[in-house]
Design a binder for this molecule. Structure first.
Ligand code: 5GP
Ligand code: MN
Length: 335
């Protein structure tokens, strides 16, 4: 993988570009994809964003979401666009299998592939150009750097600012995670000086839900949360029936895993949701517990040091048992 800077001289010449990201894109994945799209379009490129799957309703406010294609929904049309692409940008993921059903298609493509990502253990051999930096708070921060470093910072308009800010907010937990280095605040100061209306973005991201989501949160915290004080760990296991009862949709469970972190002394929070196709795990930690290694070792996943995810094809009961065993094995690291 050649350094990302090597692509800068080629930016002035229009290309057919596809931008893609991980399945079930969150604010950082969608925000970075759309910010890059709005930037490249100003330089004359033809740009399509393709998501491997659907996404949460609460990202629909982002400028440009209406034009995003859903590979799961419209495989044939997406493949035609992919076949015509000269450049493929892969944002907020670093190994093709995180796009699920798109994996084989992406592997086969022979166009120029460019990686911009902040997760651990990138599959660098699969990309022609790129940057992988786990010190970055978000992929949106990296898109901001990309625009500034390429010499086009005058192209940062309101649309780009809102998309970038949304991703930064999402991935830093509104500036609370340790990934929030000084440069993140400088970036936000720059966006503010360009006219960013940050309250609007918070409102769209956090005060934009239906009643059922809040009631579901209450139900889960009351009935599905187990605290293991001996291990400074909280486990939340959500059965399929709960999702049906509260009419939970993609994205409605986002942020749930953060609530138990407010309990004194908790080091690890694990959340598992019984989805149709798999049991999906989310892990969040404080201090020195390494969620990335934990997710990789026990649940075929990965992510960051303090936030990771994984999966299991076992039943909910079995994967919960597996988790408790893993928690006990890690007792010394959780003290
Ligand atoms: P979340 O719990 O929000 O789904 O994911 C937390 C973090 O871990 C995100 O940065 C996400 O990209 C990463 N992550 C989630 N699931 C997986 C997975 O199965 N594999 C890898 N490598 N990373 C994951
Ligand atoms: Mn991210």
């Amino acid at each position: 993988m050649k350094p990302i800077q090597d692509i800068f001289p080629k930016l002035a010449q229009p290309h057919r570009v596809v931008i893609t990201t991980h399945q079930k894109p969150d604010a950082d994945a969608m925000g970075s994809s759309l910010a890059l799209k709005h930037f490249l379009e100003q330089l004359g490129h033809t740009v399509t964003v393709i998501s491997p799957t659907n996404w949460a309703g609460w990202v629909n406010w982002m400028p440009g979401t209406k034009q995003v294609m859903d590979y799961d929904m419209d495989k044939q049309k997406c493949e035609t666009v992919l076949d015509n692409a000269e450049w493929l940008f892969c944002l907020d993921f670093n190994i093709f299998h995180r796009t699920r059903t798109m994996t084989e298609k992406l592997k086969q493509m022979s166009c120029t592939k460019i990686l911009i990502d902040h997760h651990q253990e990138p599959d660098e051999a699969s990309f022609d150009y790129g940057i992988s930096d786990t010190a970055k708070s978000s992929t949106c921060e990296m898109i901001y750097d990309f625009i500034v470093d390429s010499g086009y910072e005058d192209k940062i308009n309101e649309e780009i600012s809102e998309c970038i800010y949304a991703g930064v907010i999402g991935d830093t937990g509104s500036f609370r995670f340790s990934s929030t280095h000084a440069g993140v605040h400088r970036l936000v100061a720059d966006l503010k000086s360009r006219g960013l209306k940050h309250s609007r973005v918070h409102d769209k991201l956090f005060d934009n839900f239906l009643e059922n989501r809040l009631r579901f949160t209450g139900h889960v915290l009351l009935h599905r949360m187990e605290v293991f004080y001996e291990y400074n760990t909280v486990l939340i296991a959500i059965p399929k029936n709960d999702l049906l009862r509260f009419q939970i949709k993609t994205g409605d469970t986002e942020g749930l895993v953060n609530f138990p972190q407010s309990i004194q002394g908790i080091k690890l929070v694990a959340l598992v949701i019984d989805r149709d196709e798999e049991r999906k795990w989310s892990f969040r930690s404080k201090d020195s517990f390494d969620c990335n290694t934990f997710a990789r070792k026990y649940f075929g996943g990965g992510g960051h040091y303090n936030a990771s995810g994984g999966r299991s094809s076992e039943s909910l009961e079995k994967t919960v048992e597996d988790f408790k065993k893993a928690m006990k094995e890690n007792a010394s690291l959780l003290q």
